[in-house]
Design a protein around this ligand. Structure first.
Ligand SMILES: Nc1ncnc2c1ncn2[C@@H]1O[C@H](COP(=O)(O)OP(=O)(O)OP(=O)(O)O)[C@@H](O)[C@H]1O
Ligand SMILES: [Mg+2]
Length: 336
């Protein structure tokens, strides 16, 4: 009988369920984005948990119905148990525990960042050792992956995450939430050299990042400009995107050199950015480092990556008990 794994992801504002097969890859993945946050320009934790409570059960039922998967025949259930918003995480974790308790199917808690990394294993074989740039709404980290389950932190942001910087810049420009995709769209019509925005820590010699200076520089420019014409919005978006991408790429090059890596992956929501992909490919292929990234739908939060991670944990003999808890923040620790 075919092995099938269920993934449940509710760490922030997306409710997601997926079925993953080690043989066939993603069988079905469904994500319900919470649009109610748009009017607040950011995620409201209480609204997020209430919407997960409303959406998760019907979403799970639709995924099981459409795939014909049967709960008691699953090989494992993976659920994100941190980092993230506690209220949101608790909805997914309690749900997954109830399923595991009622069916006897093994349960594993998955670190959200490991999920993002393993989104790269959904469509093709994940090649390790490698270096991964995890670049999302809450994280910007370079991680050396010796093998799946063995992780070494090479560097990360000292303040804002790159996705957060995209979101805040989008808000300053009056663009819709989330800012990343909107800034990228605007940037296509703009001049990336129009504003000389700062590249934080670019010459620090370390694999660290800082995006707070860029955010302030964009705010000061926008305040000074006053009324923003469509042309100016595009120029600011293009220049800010270029500053973020430039730093991400240079630090990735440094990390790949330090780790002696020949394989590099990008993961997380910002990995959907076309300019980042383009520049990363150009710089790393010049060093004979192969770089890849997940399909865009698997860059942002999704349960397919959690189901895939669950497969790797359970295959290695790891499983969690019903005492499993959530954690709001915490480094990705090795388990293999
Ligand atoms: N095309 C894009 N260009 C730049 N940024 C993007 C793009 N698409 C999505 N993003 C950014 O990705 C982030 C969302 O990614 P993701 O869903 O992985 O983050 P998160 O789950 O909120 O944070 P974390 O994974 O750190 O907990 C947002 O900040 C969004 O603006
Ligand atoms: Mg995420």
């Amino acid at each position: 009988m075919e092995e099938l794994y269920l993934g449940v992801e509710t760490s922030c504002d997306d409710t997601s369920c997926a079925i993953y097969s080690p043989e066939r890859g993603v069988v079905l993945h469904r994500t319900a984005a919470q649009l109610d946050h748009e009017r607040y320009g950011g995620v409201v934790p209480e609204i997020a948990s209430r919407l997960h409570m409303r959406t998760l059960l019907p979403l799970y039922e639709s995924v099981m119905d459409e795939t014909g998967a049967e709960l008691h025949l699953l090989s494992g259930i993976g659920v994100t148990n941190g980092p993230g918003l506690t209220g949101s995480l608790l909805v997914g974790l309690s749900f997954a525990k109830a399923l595991a308790y009622g069916s006897g199917v093994p349960l594993v808690g998955i670190h959200h960042l490991e999920g993002h990394i393993l989104a790269n294993a959904l469509e093709e074989k994940f090649v390790a050792p490698c270096v991964v740039l995890v670049v999302s709404g809450g994280h910007t980290q370079l991680i050396h992956v010796e093998r799946i389950g063995s992780y070494r932190f090479l560097g990360g942001t000292r303040d804002d995450a790159a996705g957060e910087a995209f979101d805040k810049i989008g808000k300053l420009l009056g663009l819709p939430f989330p800012g990343g995709p909107a800034v990228e769209r605007e940037a296509k019509n703009g001049d990336p050299a129009a504003f000389p925005f700062p590249r934080g820590l670019i010459r620090s010699g370390e694999c660290d990042f800082s995006f707070s200076g860029l955010k302030t520089a964009v705010r000061l420019s926008v305040e000074k400009l006053g009324r923003l014409s469509p042309r100016i919005v595009s120029d600011v978006a293009a220049s800010a995107q270029e500053a973020i991408v430039h730093v991400l790429v240079e630090k990735s090059v440094l990390a790949a050199k330090r780790a002696g890596a020949v394989r590099f992956y990008i993961a997380g929501g910002v990995a959907a950015n076309g300019r980042l992909r383009e520049l990363m490919e150009k710089r790393l292929s010049g060093m004979d480092v192969t770089v890849s990234w997940p399909l865009s739908e698997y860059c942002t939060d999704n349960a397919a990556m959690i189901a895939c991670a669950a497969f790797h944990h359970i295959r290695a003999g790891r499983r969690d008990g019903l005492g499993l808890n959530t954690f709001p923040r915490g480094e990705l620790v090795s388990w293999a």
